[in-house]
Ligand binder design. Structure first.
Ligand SMILES: NC(=O)c1ccc[n+]([C@@H]2O[C@H](COP(=O)([O-])OP(=O)(O)OC[C@H]3O[C@@H](n4cnc5c(N)ncnc54)[C@H](O)[C@@H]3O)[C@@H](O)[C@H]2O)c1
Length: 262
């Protein structure tokens, strides 16, 4: 749990989806540690995350939310404004990488549609619901979580996931340009592999982990806090002149042609 020692997001009302676990939860903790009032929106119960943040002196609330449902979005945005008075930041973090997601031949359309619904439509609905509120109050910040796979192809494919993250990145750029003169900034955060439940599910055995690890120039998986620090930067005024960009935090993967050997 981070120390409550910062003010980079002092009194900012921040809505983070998928924040009951994984990267979103650590981002929620980090945002709260920087003074934000955090709304945790997830399909899962976020009570434990709220408790932990509150115990450490931060401010957080939670609501069960399905990012694929427009009604759910309307409710959670309303609850955030009721609770914290406004909405300064939305971090569209909820996402899935489904087992059965493979190459284009093997992947079922069911997997494709579920992935696109959660990762792409969920992000679009977040922007669709939050942007009018942000315009009313004169601006705001959108952080969309894509992935390094929005920039690179992998020979161990997850075609639906990769396509979904490419779409999130492209959508972020367009939103950024559309609202650039109306006070809204939008950037994509592109993490490399971090051992959250999402990735652990995929890389269950040592061989699968090692196959991924050797492609990371730093020779290790990332830590969720290392991604959360990037999210704080994008959400805060520190990135005030930055919009439509992709912040890649990946241990060097996207910079590499070959990787060092151990
Ligand atoms: N872990 C990685 O290596 C990695 C790398 C690049 C990008 N990402 C992205 O980071 C984001 C977070 O991933 P993570 O690794 O923390 O995964 P995770 O599985 O640990 O957490 C994802 C959270 O999203 C929630 N969620 C799923 N579907 C939802 C829905 N329909 N409505 C609301 N909430 C929903 C889950 O309940 C869960 O709490 C995802 O967008 C993922 O694609 C992760």
């Amino acid at each position: 749990m981070p120390q409550f020692n910062g003010s980079r997001l002092a009194n900012k009302a921040c809505l983070i989806t998928g924040a009951a676990s994984g990267l979103g939860r650590v981002a929620a903790e980090r945002f709260a540690a920087e003074g934000a009032n955090v709304m945790i929106a997830d399909l899962l119960d976020g009570a434990e995350a709220v408790e932990e943040i509150t115990r450490a002196g931060g401010v957080a609330a939670q609501m069960i939310c399905d990012v694929t449902s427009e009604e759910s979005w309307i409710s959670v945005v309303k609850a955030t404004i009721e609770q914290f008075g406004t909405i300064d930041v939305v971090m569209n973090n909820a996402g899935v990488m489904l087992s059965g997601d493979d190459d284009p031949v093997a992947t079922s359309l069911e997997i494709y549609h579920r992935t696109m619904d959660i990762n792409v439509m969920g992000t679009l609905l977040g922007c669709k619901t939050v942007i009018p509120e942000m315009l009313n109050r004169g601006g705001g910040v959108i952080v969309n979580v894509a992935s390094f796979v929005a920039h690179m192809g992998a020979a161990t494919p997850q075609i639906a996931y990769t396509a979904s993250k490419g779409a999130v990145l492209a959508m972020t750029r367009e939103i950024a340009v559309t609202y650039a003169r109306r006070g809204i900034r939008a950037n994509a955060l592109c993490p490399g592999p971090v051992m959250t439940p999402l990735l652990a599910e995929f890389l269950r055995d040592d061989e699968a982990r090692e196959r991924r690890r050797i492609h990371i120039p730093m020779g290790r998986f990332g830590e969720a806090t290392e991604i959360a620090h990037g999210a704080v930067f994008l959400a805060s005024e520190e990135s005030a002149f930055m919009t439509g960009q992709s912040l890649i935090i990946d241990g060097g993967i996207t910079a590499a042609y070959t990787t060092p050997v151990d």
